[in-house]
Design a protein around this ligand. Structure first.
Ligand code: WTA
Length: 654
């Protein structure tokens, strides 16, 4: 675990502590007593308090490792919980989303009543297209309210969705649609990103060539840009819903079993093939609404902003399902933080009087780099709580966030969780926990975490090890789509009976947890998970590439940056132009987020005598570190050459 060792060094001796401000504690949703509840009574009570059931559940949990079933016998509908019941309770006038388009001046506020009308209109139209219980639907959109509307319309009908992040390539979209067997794709003409148009429909057109199961594409008009509509297949959203009244009684919510599939979300693992993570309805909704309530301390007048993209799990759980289930008012912003200027986020906080802001450390470091003047130009006094997610946060960024964004007063919740966990698992509870910059605090009530060595034995305090989860939790994944073997193998085989997260961690003397980054072949770039193998297979897919090895190196802004070591086939010559060609090839195969930051050409890769590429050593080279154990290398000379090149040849940076 050489990467862990280095992270430990980086985080060592961070001694500052921030006890909860008394005024915050006095009004907080969370209390220390939550930690004393036993697992089943805690989740059973939360399930009744936070979610409406059409049929009450009979049992809280059935745990047959590695499969859990939660809230057995219960039926419910996620859309009813997120939308209809708030309107029925007389809260239809409350704003669900304050939406800001990227082009300045484009704004829309949708109340829960508006949301219900739009969801019902789309759901009715989808139903006429044959979508119903169990019909898989793909969603490939930008950050517009219609993306949430599309998810909720599917949930209303009992149709499971898979949302594919709008930054993914046509190929990535096509393979996901194919894996799930989607019958319908919901997309839009184009998206906005930093003033440029993202050709979502054109990408979708190429993707559909790979996914023959998709018979219909529903296309939202967003930018008005020209797109090709395939006759018989492509339908405009606005035309489909034109005749729909939006009467909820005309398109009722389908009662679903607690364990029915709500969605699949694909995430990178340690192979080239992304995993379709399975989330079901009841446990997921209970998990995300409960954590959202306590961790973000939401009140009826809270204006909450999770600045993630809906296409990632953070958006699913903490833009769509958690906040809407709790009837919370959210901000939704379409574009980038620097469009048209670097103060865009802070103008938004000021305009809507945002009280809770949730973002990734990589964004905080970007703002830090731009300097505090942009935030200082705006009134941020409405903020009362800040959150982070997606990667370890370095103490300087934590302190900067608190001082320059939180006015030196707000608690910060550093929340650890994963696509697989569905909900926040390790986090401070605001108003209860004494926060430490760089630590994610304790397991959420009902969650149990251990840190173990390579043999599965719990390590002593302050020692690094593997983070494992020892008890089931309601929003946990129920498997990997169509691959039960991979589910067991990836998460449950290394240590018997416990879930292996793939992260390193240590527990300090007070029992607080410090995350140390991934311990497997997964990189974390700008808080996005990318598999080294996925990037390698994209590279070797290029006709000039004989072999490629990929690893992450630390980057002051993005957390990690991707470094690729590439061996070209005999007739091809390394050049700066070729670096660019290969980067673009990866962008086309996976998406821009997976493009290597640097490409190093090499005649040979460091391999063991049995031919296995030694990524651990490449990581050492990329980090300019002293080399780890090289005794198993077939040809130690290779590494020396690479090391010399890494130190002297920055010209290869992309
Ligand atoms: C990392 C994102 C340190 C971790 C919700 C995990 C974190 C992966 C934190 C999951 C945090 C997430 N501190 N590391 N607070 N939160 N991670 O599936 O490596 O996109 O395994 O889910 O992000 O990424 P995913």
């Amino acid at each position: 675990m050489s990467s862990e060792r280095h992270t430990i060094e980086a985080l060592q001796q961070e001694g500052r502590t921030f006890p909860p401000p008394p005024a915050f504690a006095a009004q907080a949703n969370a209390t220390a007593a939550l930690y004393e509840r036993d697992l089943e009574s805690f989740w059973g009570a939360e399930a009744i308090a936070r979610v409406s059931w059409s049929t009450p559940f009979e049992r809280v949990l059935d745990w047959q490792p590695p499969y859990a079933r939660w809230f057995l016998g219960g039926t419910l509908n996620a859309c009813h919980n997120c939308v209809d019941r708030h309107v029925e309770a007389g809260r239809g006038d409350r704003v669900a989303f304050h939406w800001e388009g990227e082009p300045e001046g484009e704004r829309r506020s949708l109340t829960f009543a508006d949301l219900q009308r739009e969801v019902v209109r789309l759901a009715s139209a989808l139903r006429r297209l044959g979508v119903g219980r169990g019909t898989p639907v793909g969603i490939y959109m930008g950050m517009v309210p219609e993306q949430a509307i599309a998810m909720l319309a599917c949930a209303r009908l009992g149709a499971p969705h898979t949302v594919v992040f709008g930054g993914f390539s046509a190929e990535a979209l096509g393979s996901r649609l194919k894996d799930m067997g989607c019958a319908v794709l919901i997309t839009q003409d184009e998206g906005w990103r930093r003033g440029k148009r993202v050709p979502l429909k054109a990408n979708a057109d190429s993707a559909l060539a790979l996914a023959p199961s998709v018979g219909t594409a529903v296309v939202l008009r967003r930018t008005g840009g020209a797109v090709t509509m395939a006759p018989g297949r492509d339908r405009w959203w606005h035309e489909l819903v034109a005749a729909e009244e939006g009467d909820p009684a005309g398109c009722p919510c389908e009662p679903m079993d607690a364990e029915d599939l709500l969605y699949l979300l694909y995430t990178s693992g340690t192979t080239a093939q992304p995993k379709g993570i399975v989330h079901t309805t009841g446990g997921y909704l209970v998990g995300v609404s409960t954590t959202h309530h306590y961790v973000f301390d939401v009140k009826p007048d809270t204006v909450y902003w999770c600045a993630a993209d809906i296409g990632w799990v953070t958006g699913h759980s903490y833009i769509v399902y958690g906040p809407l289930c709790n009837g919370t008012t959210s901000v939704l912003y379409e574009g980038t933080p620097d469009f048209p200027d670097r103060d865009r986020w802070w103008a938004i906080v000021e305009r809507y009087r945002v009280s809770v802001l949730y973002t990734a450390p990589t964004s905080i470091r970007t703002h830090m780099r731009w300097g505090p003047a942009h935030a200082e130009a705006h009134d941020l006094s409405s903020l009362r709580l800040l959150g982070t997610v997606g990667e370890p946060i370095n103490p300087e960024a934590w302190i900067w966030y608190r001082d320059h964004i939180g006015g030196g007063r707000t608690p910060i919740v550093d929340t650890w969780w994963q696509t697989e966990t569905g909900m926040i698992m390790i986090t401070p509870l605001p108003g209860v926990t004494t926060c430490k910059p760089g630590s994610a605090g304790r397991p959420f009530p009902g969650v149990e975490v251990r840190v173990v060595d390579d043999h599965g034995r719990e390590v002593a305090r302050e020692q690094g090890g593997h983070l494992v989860l020892t008890r089931p939790w309601p929003a946990m994944l129920r498997g990997i789509h169509r691959d039960p073997e991979r589910y067991r193998e990836t998460y449950w085989s290394r240590f018997p009976g416990v879930y292996v997260a793939g992260d390193g961690a240590r527990v300090d003397q007070d029992g607080d947890i410090w995350l140390l980054g991934r311990v497997d072949d997964v990189m974390n770039v700008s808080a996005h998970r990318i598999s080294t193998i996925e990037v390698e297979s994209a590279l070797v897919d290029h006709p000039s590439v004989a072999e490629a090895a990929v690893c992450g190196r630390s980057d002051p802004t993005t957390g990690q940056a991707i470094v690729a070591y590439v061996t070209l086939k005999g007739e091809h010559q390394p050049s700066v132009a070729h670096v660019q060609r290969l980067r673009e090839h990866v962008g086309r195969k996976i998406g821009k987020i997976a493009m290597p930051a640097s490409i190093v050409f090499t005649g040979e890769l460091p391999k063991t005598r049995s031919g296995k590429i030694m990524r651990r050593l490449l990581r050492d080279v990329a980090e300019h570190r002293a080399l780890g154990d090289t005794t198993t290398l077939a040809d130690p000379q290779v590494l020396e050459e690479l090391r010399a090149r890494a130190l002297t040849d920055p010209g290869q940076e992309g």
